[in-house]
Design a protein around this ligand. Structure first.
Ligand code: SF4
Length: 184
């Protein structure tokens, strides 16, 4: 008989495959790296700062983020790669990916994983124009932060698991993006 943890993983993997995901890896949630430099990049240099409901400063402090991740043992990283002809297409691509992931988070939750929490592949782009303040969000039940918004060093974290990731210098290069699903 399989140990309980393997049974749970198999049932979730079945769900992931049913939703069309095959490029994912189970990870030790304790290996998610949270760093202050990531928050600095949000504060200085990102146009989303203060302009979206799920980005700083509308998120917990870095210390609170660390505490949040320490409450989990298991998570899954989903990998998405894409080359876009036009930079302006990124909004729609991101929106579609995150909407699908939202449905998956819901199914994982109702299948008995009460701590299931999704970190979007990219900033929430459900609306053409973000309400900017969390309390005004148009989809408060669905909107989630991206890992970077919670100070996750996505580069260092995904490299531990052999995923590809590089700094890109222009839009002609393929993007490697990642969503995290915190499980339990
Ligand atoms: S659902 Fe709309 S208002 Fe809420 S975070 Fe996403 S884009 Fe902003």
């Amino acid at each position: 008989m399989l140990p309980e943890i393997d049974v749970k993983r198999r049932s979730l993997e079945k769900l992931f495959h049913e939703h069309g995901y095959s490029d994912f890896k189970w990870i030790d949630a304790k290996k998610i790296i949270v760093s202050h430099w990531v928050r600095m990049k949000c504060l200085y240099g990102c146009k989303e700062y203060g302009n979206t409901c799920c980005c700083p400063p509308n998120v917990p402090s870095v210390q609170e983020c660390e505490r949040f991740f320490h409450e989990y043992e298991t998570a899954v990283i989903f990998h998405f790669s894409k080359k876009l002809d036009k930079p302006e297409d990124r909004h729609e691509w991101t929106k579609g990916v995150n909407q699908k992931l939202s449905k998956l988070e819901r199914e994982v939750f109702v299948s008995g994983f009460e701590k299931a929490f999704l970190l979007f592949m990219d900033t929430c782009t459900f609306c053409d124009e973000c309400a900017s303040k969390r309390e005004n969000c148009n989809h408060p039940r669905l909107a989630r932060p991206a890992p970077e918004a919670l100070a996750v060093d996505v580069f260092s974290t995904v490299k531990q698991y052999g995923f590809p990731i590089n700094v890109l210098s222009d839009y002609s290069q393929e993007m490697n993006r990642y969503a995290f699903l915190m499980i339990e």
